[in-house]
Design a protein around this ligand. Structure first.
Ligand SMILES: C[S@@+](CC[C@H](N)C(=O)[O-])C[C@H]1O[C@@H](n2cnc3c(N)ncnc32)[C@H](O)[C@@H]1O
Length: 344
């Protein structure tokens, strides 16, 4: 079973609902590409389209994304079928705050589709065979199903991710990513109808920079932890045994896993730049909204609070990194897959 570390629920100051502008920008940047991909590639005759957002979190981004998918399908079929209905499934871990999601869905949005939750990991079966027409996922597939097995036994000493780590650590992450993607694609090949589309948007690190950099913000968080070890507040072994289950694939990585799986054709694969500017403080709070859960599970809430407070103290360094590196080098991967071979 996949480990589960959902985003912060509720509506508080550190909630994902209030701190997901970065992801909203990503979805906005991809909006036209998603629309075009559906209009160009979806060729299915049905009166009820079944759509899923995998890794939807608590909103509001998922609502805009699903509305965009629904509008694109309506646009595509308006002249041939005027009575199409839509069934949208919101998927995330069972521990996701689905209450917040459905409360805001029904209060703020016009219901142009029937909605339901599908709790569970997308690294496994979620639906009956041949029932899904469009599967969408934005900024969720970078989460691995677990910390790579090879990193147990404190093999990544003093680090919490693969940024700047040894090649063995790097290989352990690649290995886990490839295994997870095979499970993901095989599950979808069972669930999707022939010709169904998977639309993916996720953060990406270009191949040439791979293994040298991960998601550098974590090195700032890591250095807060190391400071706390040096001051005797956190035990060194606790840091050594903690690793983030995240991998940022390149376009080559994605092509390799899709081709190996063999059930989907790649209809589109594009790398785009990140068009977003948020200040360093908001950036750190975004990271907190996304990762507080996983840190708390390992370090407890007191240490986790201190980690993020100390990282806020590095605001000038982080501001400089955002300007000189992050916004210039961060890439988004946009991929459209069409189901060509069903697993029965
Ligand atoms: C950064 S949030 C993105 C949320 C939303 N798609 C957006 O664009 O704002 C990533 C989400 O993926 C979910 N997630 C991660 N791994 C998952 C898995 N194996 N199965 C289902 N959801 C998962 C997390 O719980 C989290 O809610």
């Amino acid at each position: 079973m996949a480990e589960s570390f959902p985003m912060n629920g509720g509506n508080g100051v550190y909630s994902y609902t209030k701190n997901s502008l970065l992801q909203r920008n990503v979805a906005d940047n991809a909006k036209l590409m998603v629309r075009e991909a559906i209009i160009e590639n979806l060729d299915i005759q049905t009166k009820t389209f079944v759509i899923v957002d995998m890794g939807c979190s608590v909103g509001p981004n998922t609502f805009f994304a699903m509305q965009n998918v629904v509008q694109a399908i309506k646009h595509k079929y308006h002249s041939t079928c005027s009575q199409i209905e839509f069934h949208v499934f919101f998927n995330d871990h069972v521990t996701n705050d689905f209450n917040v999601l459905f409360e805001s869905l029904f209060s703020d949005h016009q219901k142009t589709y029937f909605a339901a939750a599908i709790p569970g990991s997308f690294y496994g079966r979620l639906f009956p065979s041949r029932s899904i027409h469009v599967a969408y996922s934005c900024y969720a597939l970078q989460w691995l199903s677990r910390v790579p097995k090879g990193l147990i036994d404190k093999k990544n000493k003093g680090r919490i991710h693969y940024d700047g780590a040894s090649i063995d650590v790097w290989n352990a992450y690649v290995d886990q990513f490839e295994k997870d993607m095979e499970v993901f694609l095989s599950a979808r090949a069972n669930e999707m109808v022939h010709g169904g589309l998977i639309v993916l948007v996720l953060p990406s690190i270009p191949s040439e920079q791979h293994s040298k950099i991960g998601y550098r913000i974590f090195t700032f968080v890591e250095s807060s932890l190391i400071d706390m070890v040096n001051e005797g507040i956190v035990e060194e072994s606790l840091v050594d045994s903690f690793n983030l289950p995240l991998y940022f694939p390149s376009d080559e990585d994605m092509t390799k896993v899709v081709e190996k799986n063999g059930c989907f054709s790649i209809e589109k694969l594009e790398i785009t730049c990140l068009q977003c500017n948020i200040d360093a403080k908001s950036f750190i709070i975004h990271i907190r909204a996304g990762f507080e859960g996983i840190f708390t599970k390992h370090f407890g809430s007191k240490i986790t609070y201190e980690i993020f407070e100390r990282t806020l103290g590095k605001i000038e360094e982080i501001e400089a990194w955002l300007e000189t590196e992050y916004y210039k080098t961060t890439r988004q991967l946009f991929m459209v897959l069409k189901c060509k071979k069903l697993i029965l």
